[in-house]
Design a protein around this ligand. Sequence first.
Ligand code: ADP
Ligand code: NI
Length: 215
Amino acid sequence: MVEKIINEIKVRFENDSSGHDWFHIERVWRMANFIQEKEGGDKEIVELAALLHDISDHKMNGGILNHGGTVATEILTKFNLSKDKILRIAEIIDQVSFKGANVSDKPTSLEAKIVQDADRLDAIGAIGIGRAFAYGGSKNRLMYDPAIPPTSHTSFEEYAKSKSHTINHFHEKLLLLKDRLHTETAKNIGKQRELFLKDFLEQFMNEWNFNNLEK
Ligand code: ADP
Ligand code: NI
């Protein structure tokens, strides 16, 4: 079953250049499995929710919010899974995504926490930086504009609509993620990735402002 679902997902994500390619899904799936081995929870639910977590993201489906659970249910109904399991997986998918600095997004089950942690770890560190600029490029965004400060969004709609430069995304989302990880396993991995993000930002600003150059 997992193999069939992977094939179905691969086709849908093949041509994405916004940071939501199949390799993102694969990393989240592998990371979720890694965290589940250490933290426990239902392996099948973790694995399927991780594979399907971005199946209908609002940034790629024309702006429909919270639609992933419905699409995942359609796919999973084709397989021999209990209704209860499908419901639990769909619930995780609707809980996983980041919805803005001041919007609560608390996952309710251990499995949801694991999938959200795995997804968030892929948004920070070197790969997270690469994904942010790839996403910004795909939307014709500037890397940075010092005249436009970051915003602290208070609703998902407002966050989803925002069209800022990519450096703002670090302040509006990426730097907030470390403190929103749930499992100890993910927190340990997140610490190092967050340091890397901060080093990157410092270096970026130094280069932008011609700091520390020999006269
Ligand atoms: P995820 O796949 O982790 O749920 P998202 O769907 O929010 O994350 O975004 C996919 C990738 O694109 C992530 O690496 C995220 O940081 C990046 N991204 C999302 N929104 C923006 C933005 N406004 N500017 C730059 N990068 C973004
Ligand atoms: Ni994702």
